[in-house]
Design a binder for this molecule. Structure first.
Ligand SMILES: [Cu+2]
Length: 132
């Protein structure tokens, strides 16, 4: 299934992306990944939703905003590390979930007493081997 991305939508996304460093290298032209877009709120001291589920091989776009002060969002396995500024403007983070597993999501910016407990999880479920 091809993702329906209108030119206008692309434009909007690239404008937001201008503020952040790409999480992964050049996109693979071989894949036609489905895009999974998920809104995430970082606030003291949790991520909402606390668990993000995607399917292996999907292109994941996280739209992350802060519900209070400065935070960070880090998923080491997918080389994601991004500051989430205060003010509620969404930060766009994109990566391809190319390996199944459960990966911790951490706050990478010290945000006071509960910082160490500020954890979420990215759950990448294995794609069924037999595609219809
Ligand atoms: Cu923190």
């Amino acid at each position: 299934m091809r993702a329906l991305v209108t030119p206008r939508r692309r434009w909007a996304a690239s404008v937001i992306l201008g503020a952040c460093v790409p999480a992964t290298g050049a996109p693979s032209a071989l894949q036609s990944p489905e895009l999974r877009e998920i809104q995430v709120v970082a606030k003291r001291y949790a991520f909402e939703p606390p668990e993000i589920e995607v399917t292996q091989g999907e292109r994941v776009r996280l739209l992350v905003r802060s519900g209070d002060g400065l935070h960070g969002l880090e998923i080491e396995r997918f080389r994601v590390s991004q500051e989430i500024p205060r003010g509620g403007e969404p930060v766009v983070i994109e990566f391809t979930a190319d390996e199944a597993g459960r990966y911790p999501i951490l706050c990478s910016v010290y945000c006071r007493d509960g910082h160490e407990e500020m954890k979420g999880a990215l759950v990448v479920t294995a794609r069924a081997s037999a595609q219809p």
